[in-house]
Design a protein around this ligand. Sequence first.
Ligand code: SF4
Length: 283
Amino acid sequence: MKYIASCSFGKDSLAQIIVAKEHGEPIDAVIYSEVMFTDQISGEFPEHRDFIYNVAIPKLKELYGLNTIVLRSDKTMWDDFHTVRVRGSTMGLLRGFPIPGLCNINRDCKIPPIRKYLSEQDGEFIQYVGIAADEPKRLKRLEGTNKVSILAKYGITEKDAMDICERAGLLSPIYKITGRNGCFFCPNASKRELQHIYYNHPDLWNILRTLQETNNTSRRCFTRTQTIHELEEEFLEEERNIYDDYRYNNCGIDDIFVDPISGEVMQSIVTDRGEVIEVPYLI
Ligand code: SF4
């Protein structure tokens, strides 16, 4: 029997590996399926990708002797976007941005290389999946399969998983930006995540803008209700309001800026004791 740990390098799948090793559970391979935005650009948030390659993969090797097998689909988000629809009322148009709630990217880019890798294994195997003990609906789906949750076996909750990764120095910086771990171009992304890309990764945002300007796509919006341009306008309007407010209430505020890590709008203020501190800017 072979034991294969699927790992996205989020808190749950990494905690699962740590817990497995602490309890002497066998792991023969760690597999990671990387969704690609284009042939050259990862679909991960850049901070998470850096963590994966520069921290997590080397540390799994150093601490536990585990090698990580990186899997990639032939298909990228760029390919998916430019796929011509062959059925329905949008036949002949490009697929465009993934549809919120009906995203193809998992199906087309993330899962196929995992399926291929598993199908190439000789003999039986157990697949470890990072589902926490307090995720009953997801755990229920494992019944009758060869997938096992090590976190459930040892009663580890999502909060525990976060703490375990933090203690091990294996908590991705993605959790300073968002509570979840997904593609930077996700149509379900929160405004905060999108602002993070807009302010901190203008190169990626510009590519999204280019995609938005593509003709003949079946979807106008990037999120459920807004295009990339409409999102930009909203962010710029917010900036304008902040500076108008600053001009109107200029009383002890020294600087208003966007935190380069979190994307949050901050202000530096002078306290009664004359200290300069940075706090979230509240409109
Ligand atoms: S994170 Fe978002 S874009 Fe990526 S596969 Fe999931 S739903 Fe799709």
